[in-house]
Write a new protein. Structure first.
Ligand code: SF4
Ligand code: MG
Length: 465
C-alpha cells in the first residue's frame, strides 16, 4: 500500500491526490482521502479503482476541503484478498473523547487476528476485515489523553510491519514500526509538511525531501513544527529488501540511495555471477528494466527492447484474481519479433514467484523465433511468503519452494536460469560485505525464511518457521 499526508497547505486534498497518484504502483485496487476543515469537520471519500479516476473531478475534490489531509492506496494482501468491500478501504476514521482521528497504514499487523478476537470479546464493533482496523479500536480503549499517545499505546500492542500516517484536527502524525520494514519519508512544501511512502510522491508536488522517518520513530507535526519521539524499543533496522528489488519506484530513493541505481547494480552482480554468451539482453518490462541495463553494461551484450509493454495495464501480480493474472501476461506484454528472431536472448526479470510470467514469456519469445533463451532473475528464489505487507502467495504456490533451480529451468524450458545470490543482492543495495548473517541489514524472509518478526497469527494457524 501507499500512504501520504500533508499539513499546512492550501487545499490539502489536491496534494494528497497527487501524492497518491505517484504512489499508485503500491496499490491499484482502491484509494481514500480524509481531510479536516473547521467549518465542515472531517471529510472523507473512499473509492475503488485508480486515483486518476477517483480523485480528479471537482465534484469529489470539493467535498474534501481543508489544510490537512491524509490518503491511502490499497493493495490487498492475504486474508482480505478478493473480498474487498469499500469498508476495507483506508484511511480509517475514529471519533474519540478528545476529537476525531484518521489513520492510513502500510504494512501488515502479524497478530491482528488475536488482537481482533480479544477486542471483539470486550465489545469492539469492527467495520472492516482489515488488520489495520484494530489500531483504531486499541486507540479507543487507551487511557492516554492525546491522540498521539493513544496511537503509541495501540502500536505497542501490535506486532508486525507498519508505516502509518495519521491525522487529528490539528496534527499530522507519522510512525514506523521498530524495524522500519516499510518506508516513510518526511518532506517540506513551502510552510507545510508532507509524509509519504516514497520520495517520488514528494517530487510530484515539488516538495523538498527532508529525511526518512527512522525505524521506531514517531513524528507529530503541528503549528509548532515537528516533534520526534522513539516510543518503541529499538532493535535495529530491517527494511524490506524487496522494496529495493520491485516494490518501490525506481525514481525514489531509499536509505539515501537511488532505487534505480540499486536495481542496475543487481544486474551488474548478476552478470558477474551468471555470465552467458548471447546476442541481446532484454528486460521483462518494467520491473526487470534497470537490472537488464546493468547486466548489459557489465557483460557488454547489447540491451534491447525485445518485449514491449502495453502501458495501459497495471501490475500483473497485484491483480487479485488468478484467472486475470494468467491472461494478464499476454494482455500486457508482447514480443518484438523482428528484434529477437534468430537471436540468443538473455531475459531479465525482477522475480519468479509462481512462475506464470516466466513461462508465458518464454513461450512468446520462442514463438517469435529466438534461438536460445537465458533467464536471469534480479532476486534470489522466492521460497517463503511475506507476512509484512507484500502479497506473496502461500508456499505451495511458490515455484522455488517446490523445485530446485535445475527443476525450475526445466519446467520453464529455458537454456539456463540463474538467480542473483543473497549476498549479490545485498552488495547491490549498498552493503559492500554482503549480508551479515549474524544481524542481517534487511528483511529478506521471502528469500531466506528468516522472519525478523514472528508471524504469530500464521504460526497459530499452523505455519511452521
Ligand atoms: Fe519484504 Fe520479503 Fe521481508 Fe516481505 S518477507 S518484508 S517482501 S523482504
Ligand atoms: Mg514484472
Amino acid at each position: 500500500c501507499g500512504v501520504f499526508g500533508t499539513i499546512g497547505v492550501t487545499d490539502a486534498a489536491n496534494f494528497v491526490a497527487l501524492g497518491l497518484h505517484a504512489l499508485q504502483h503500491r496499490g491499484q485496487e482502491a484509494g481514500g482521502i480524509i481531510t479536516y476543515a473547521p467549518e465542515s469537520g472531517f471529510n472523507s471519500a473512499h473509492r475503488f479503482g485508480l486515483v486518476r479516476d477517483s480523485f480528479t473531478s471537482t465534484k469529489v475534490m470539493e467535498t474534501l476541503p481543508g489544510t490537512i489531509g491524509i490518503g491511502h492506496v490499497r493493495y490487498s494482501t492475504a486474508g482480505t484478498k478478493g473480498s474487498t468491500s469499500i469498508r476495507d478501504v483506508q484511511p480509517f476514521f475514529g471519533e474519540f473523547a478528545m476529537g476525531g482521528a484518521a489513520i492510513a497504514h502500510n504494512g501488515n499487523i502479524t497478530n491482528a487476528g488475536t488482537v481482533r478476537r480479544e477486542l471483539i470479546e470486550r465489545g469492539s464493533i469492527f467495520q472492516s476485515s482489515s488488520d489495520s482496523e484494530c489500531i483504531i479500536h486499541l486507540m479507543a480503549r487507551s487511557y492516554q489523553t492525546t491522540i498521539a499517545e493513544r496511537l503509541k499505546d495501540a502500536l505497542r500492542r501490535v506486532e508486525g510491519a507498519f508505516s502509518i500516517v495519521a491525522m487529528t484536527r490539528t496534527k499530522l502524525i507519522g510512525v514506523r514500526d521498530p524495524l522500519g520494514v516499510r518506508p516513510l519519508v518526511l518532506g517540506r512544501l513551502g510552510e507545510g509538511w508532507v509524509l509519504a511512502s516514497e520520495t517520488c510522491a514528494l517530487d510530484i508536488i515539488g516538495a523538498e525531501f527532508v529525511r526518512e522517518i527512522e525505524p521506531g520513530e514517531m513524528v507529530v507535526i503541528g503549528a509548532e513544527g515537528v516533534t520526534s519521539t522513539h516510543p518503541f524499543q529499538s532493535r535495529g533496522s530491517r527494511f524490506c529488501i524487496f522494496e529495493q528489488v520491485y516494490f518501490s519506484r525506481p525514481d525514489s530513493s531509499l536509505g539515501g540511495r537511488s532505487v534505480y541505481e540499486t536495481r542496475r547494480q543487481i544486474g551488474v552482480e548478476l552478470a558477474r555471477e551468471a555470465p552467458v554468451e548471447a546476442d541481446l539482453v532484454c528486460p521483462v518490462p518494467d520491473s526487470g528494466t534497470p537490472a537488464a541495463i546493468g547486466y548489459s553494461q557489465e557483460s557488454g551484450i547489447p540491451y534491447a527492447m525485445g518485449i514491449v509493454r502495453n502501458q495501459y495495464m497495471g501490475r500483473t501480480f497485484i491483480e487479485p484474481s488468478e484467472q486475470i493474472r494468467n491472461m494478464g501476461v499476454r494482455l500486457k506484454l508482447n514480443v518484438n519479433r523482428a528484434l529477437v528472431a534468430g537471436k540468443r536472448v538473455v531475459l531479465v526479470d525482477d522475480s519468479v514467484v509462481r512462475g506464470t510470467t516466466s513461462l508465458k514469456i518464454k513461450q512468446m519469445i520462442l514463438e517469435a523465433g529466438a534461438s536460445e533463451v537465458h533467464f536471469r532473475i534480479a532476486s534470489p528464489p522466492t521460497m517463503w511468503p511475506c507476512f509484512y505487507g507484500v502479497d506473496t502467495p502461500e508456499r505451495s504456490k511458490l515455484l522455488a519452494a517446490r523445485m530446485t533451480e535445475e527443476e525450475m529451468r526445466d519446467y520453464i524450458g529455458v537454456e539456463s536460469l540463474k538467480f542473483v545470490s543473497l549476498d549479490g543482492l545485498y552488495r547491490a543495495a549498498g552493503e559492500a560485505e554482503g549480508r551479515s548473517n549474524s544481524c542481517p541489514q534487511f528483511c529478506d524472509a521471502c528469500f531466506s525464511g528468516e522472519y525478523p518478526i514472528v508471524p504469530s497469527d500464521m504460526v497459530k494457524r499452523g505455519f511452521t518457521l
